[in-house]
Ligand binder design. Structure first.
Ligand code: ACM
Length: 546
């Protein structure tokens, strides 16, 4: 009996010890230590003079100062808390070691980016109040002793956001990037163009935003309701704003990948420049209906020049290694009915319209590659033959990713059933209108990005995982947050944590604590206390009646 009680007590104390380590995503290795280090006004923060490293140290000191009022002294080299370069190559470009004893804290990494992730973990070891936007009193700023060694499982840990169906303001984009960085996600896929709106200023083609960024009205409720609100809608980012976002993201070690859709999902561009469509005489209008449109670009030489001009400006704005060109959902009806397209198919000895799509994408690939960048496309770019340098984003299940990896092409996994955060996450009767489907937190968490169909060699081509956020039904930033968090955190853990360390029960316990951090950061996650400032505009009652 005594033995049982001792075991139970030991288990309880171990659980209590572990409960202090609420780091999301879960680190690859974590060994609890004894005691704690308490941060006071005498604490110092040391970092190399290198601009990126001192920037990381400053981010930490600034957040601590905001939440605690403690103005820790910054030093070059060693401090009570030290950010230190490491030569341990096994940490890779993003891993870190974090060692906390009652006397000092040491964060080691081979890059400033690794140090940044160590810093994020350190923040999550502090009391949750460290995420407060203003100074809180009465908190003991203690960090429990611990030894962490943490390396991400996948190099690509992304979040997508469609700002074309509904435009999202720059401040919200920055908050989205902050939250990605908090969860060690490193690729922001910015979906900037669509049938329903063109959202990025292109200097050479001003009508793209003058005409293409505005639509007459917007669908209300579900697609099937066939109701419109009668309200003009618009918005776009100036090139200065784009640069501001890219810089903000760089400061948080997030890469921004622009997506410029082609050959489909291009009605807004055609409304501005109809000469690049199938019928230059047609009055194209920026779409007011969701879905897949027959109007796509016609592969004339002039169209390629137009798209290359656009991509040239985009490539100048975004330092990203990756440039996304869409490629999804391009109906072939117009190419089937076009004499020009059919002659082009014959001229280049292409099999059919899918071959023509492949020809289209290969030309764009060649252009992007000539600029020293890598092209990403949705998995439809496999149809008719994969372009030599293309990276495939697998969304219609995992087949596209599997096929790409088998052809020794890199793939990013975003299958709808797990990674589409526009799906319902609870009983639709209780939810605001969403796209459809059902993907709850447990389902997103359960995703395994490396398909079992791949050999070990082929599996190396799986770059990582991404959550996709299509905003047809998300009119406001608050609504986006409701759909994104915490499912995106589950995907962050899928992307970061070793497979054998994934455990949904453990994740759920950490999420319970993490909610308090997101409350302080004023995030309207699913289940958050409703707050007036979030300006809900949901047709909740309507959805409930269905
Ligand atoms: C997609 O969801 N159409 C890529």
């Amino acid at each position: 009996m005594k033995h049982i009680i001792t075991t139970v007590l030991l288990c309880l104390s171990l659980t209590a010890a572990w409960a202090q380590y609420n780091i999301l995503p879960r680190p690859s290795q974590l060994t609890p230590g004894k005691g704690e280090l308490v941060i006071t006004s005498r604490t110092t923060v040391g970092a190399p003079t290198d601009e990126r490293w001192s920037h990381v140290a400053r981010l930490f000191a600034d957040q601590l100062a905001t939440a605690s009022g403690l103005k820790v002294k910054m030093t070059n080299g060693k401090g009570t808390i030290t950010f230190q370069p490491s030569k341990d190559a096994s940490l890779g470009p993003e891993g870190y070691k974090l060692n906390v004893t009652p006397k000092q804290i040491l964060i080691e990494a081979t890059t400033a980016k690794g140090a940044f992730y160590g810093m994020q973990s350190l923040l999550q070891l502090l009391p949750v109040e460290v995420f407060s936007p203003q100074a809180v009193s009465g908190v003991k700023w203690a960090v429990p002793a611990v030894s962490v060694r943490d390396v991400p499982r996948y190099e690509y840990r992304g979040m997508h956001l469609d700002v074309a169906r509904h435009f999202m303001p720059v401040d919200f984009i920055k908050k989205y990037i902050d939250l990605m960085a908090l969860h060690k996600q490193n690729q922001f896929h910015w979906h900037l163009t669509e049938d329903q709106g063109w959202r990025i200023e292109i200097k050479k083609y001003p009508k793209l935003t003058e005409i293409g960024s505005k639509r007459k009205e917007t669908m209300m409720g579900h697609y099937g309701d066939k109701k419109w609100d009668g309200q003009p809608y618009g918005g776009f980012y100036t090139q200065d704003e784009v640069r501001e976002v890219v810089k903000y993201a760089q400061d948080r070690f997030v890469n921004v990948i622009p997506e410029i859709e082609m050959p489909g999902h291009s009605v807004a561009a055609l409304a501005a420049y109809p000469q690049y469509g199938n019928n230059p005489d047609k009055i194209y209008e920026v779409s007011t209906t969701w879905g897949v449109m027959d109007d796509i670009y016609m592969p004339h030489e002039e169209t390629f020049l137009f798209l290359q001009d656009i991509l040239t400006e985009v490539i100048d704005l975004f330092p990203s290694e990756y440039i996304h060109i869409g490629g999804d959902e391009a109906p072939k009806k117009q190419w089937k009915e076009s004499r020009f397209a059919q002659e082009l198919i014959k001229k280049h000895d292409l099999k059919d319209e899918h071959g023509l799509q492949s020809y289209f994408i290969q030309r764009i690939d060649k252009f992007i590659t000539s600029k020293g960048r890598k092209m990403i496309g949705w998995d439809e770019i496999l149809e008719g033959g994969l372009s030599p340098n293309a990276i495939v984003m697998s969304w219609r299940g995992t087949e596209g990713g599997i096929a790409a990896a088998k052809e020794r092409h890199q793939a990013i996994m975003t299958p709808g059933g797990f990674c589409y955060l526009d799906h319902y996450q609870a009983d639709p009767k209780t939810q605001p209108v969403a796209f459809g489907g059902f993907t709850d937190l447990a389902k997103s968490y359960s995703y395994e990005p490396t398909p079992t169909e791949l050999s070990a060699e082929e599996a190396k081509y799986i770059l990582g995982v991404q959550g996709n956020v299509w905003t047809e039904y998300m009119k406001t930033p608050a609504y986006v947050e409701y759909m994104v968090w915490p499912r995106a955190i589950a995907l962050a853990e899928v992307g970061w944590t070793p497979k054998d360390k994934k455990d949904f029960e453990d994740f759920s316990k950490r999420w319970d604590v993490h909610k308090k951090r997101l409350d302080l950061l004023k995030v309207n996650y699913f289940g958050a206390p409703i707050n007036d400032q979030f300006q809900y505009q949901w047709p909740l009652k309507k959805a409930a009646k269905k």
